[in-house]
Design a protein around this ligand. Structure first.
Ligand code: CA
Length: 225
């Protein structure tokens, strides 16, 4: 899951970034409105965290710009306590949720999870393919009831694949959603990580869930065709 933060206060921005990265999200941070809008319009984000008071283009205009282009990426707006009217305008302009500064990081993380869950239309929040279950709230992964320990990147990759089960994911798609912007898609890092994941998820178990689609990429599904 890849998240864009548009926030000009360097301290706040890097604090949020660090917290999200610890939760295994891929994160891009941008401190200016116009650039933030350009990035958001690239459509490659699963969530945008948007501060309203920004240099360049104000946050509200960034939000309007995103919605004007019919991009449905969930947007979490950050406002100062004194900006009640801004908050209302933000929701009217298509924000999905807002958070008043200062906020507890746990609350931000909970709202991020809720918005990502809403985006993928899950009811329980659990992702399941056959006997493989991933709980985004606790980041616990089990197969056949057995707990599987994953590294941060393995987890991020598996979550992305499970949210897109049965869909063929190309290497550039995986790079975009699991790694950050500057990631070099020509390296074989993705293949290496898919193999790590395969060893932990599929080795010694049936049916195999992670499949290579020759010339395209990878797919996670319960059938092997
Ligand atoms: Ca600001």
């Amino acid at each position: 899951m890849r998240i864009l933060i548009v926030e000009d206060e360097a301290k706040v921005g890097s604090f949020i970034r660090r917290a999200l990265e610890e939760e295994s999200y891929a994160v891009d941070l941008c401190a200016e409105g116009t650039q933030g809008l350009d990035l958001a319009l690239s459509g490659s984000y699963d969530l945008v965290i948007l501060d309203l008071m920004l240099p360049g283009l104000p946050g509200l205009e960034v939000l309007k710009g995103i919605r004007k282009e019919k991009i449905q990426t969930p947007v979490l707006v950050l406002t100062a306590r004194s900006q009640v009217d801004q908050r209302v305008k933000g929701l009217d302009a298509g924000a999905d949720d807002y958070l008043t500064k200062p906020f507890a990081i746990e609350e931000l993380l909970a709202r991020v999870r809720a918005l990502l869950r809403r985006g993928s239309g899950e009811a329980t929040g659990l992702l399941q393919v056959k006997d493989l279950i991933l709980n985004p709230a606790t980041r616990e992964v089990t197969r056949g009831g057995q707990r599987i320990e994953l590294t941060v990147k393995e987890y991020a990759l598996l979550e992305y694949m499970m949210r897109n089960a049965s869909r063929v994911l190309t290497r550039p798609m995986i790079a975009e959603h699991v790694w950050s912007l500057d990631f070099d898609t020509f390296t074989n890092v993705i293949d290496v990580y898919v193999n790590y994941l395969r060893n932990k998820i599929d080795r010694g178990r049936e049916p195999k869930l992670i499949h290579t689609v020759r010339g395209s990429g990878y797919v996670l599904r319960s059938e092997s065709e």
